[in-house]
Design a protein. Structure first.
Length: 96
């Protein structure tokens, strides 16, 4: 059995809910790259951000690295999912 490699790392969380922005970003310490199939779990209590607020705080996260098989499967599934966005038409004329 191949074990997934897991480790804990500090992270910075930025959440904003305003008329101009609505986002939540997690930055892992050291600009750690997250690859297809990897899992990241941020630890701590749930956060509530009221409309018009922006908060930034520090937490820890556990990163579980995907193995080669899961990584390849995730890339294939993403590629096949992307093809669903393509629209091909063989009818003459333009779409209105």
């Amino acid at each position: 059995m191949i074990r997934a490699r897991a480790f804990t790392v500090p992270c910075r969380i930025a959440i904003e809910q305003s008329p101009a922005h609505f986002h939540a970003h997690v930055e892992l310490e050291g600009d750690l790259a997250v690859h297809p199939g990897d899992r990241v779990r941020v630890h701590g209590d749930p956060v509530r951000v009221l409309f018009g607020q922006s908060v930034v705080f520090e937490r820890t996260a556990t990163v579980v690295r995907a193995g080669p098989l899961l990584r390849a499967w995730t890339r294939l599934a993403a590629y096949l999912g992307l093809t669903e966005l393509y629209e091909v038409s063989f009818t003459p004329g333009s779409l209105r």
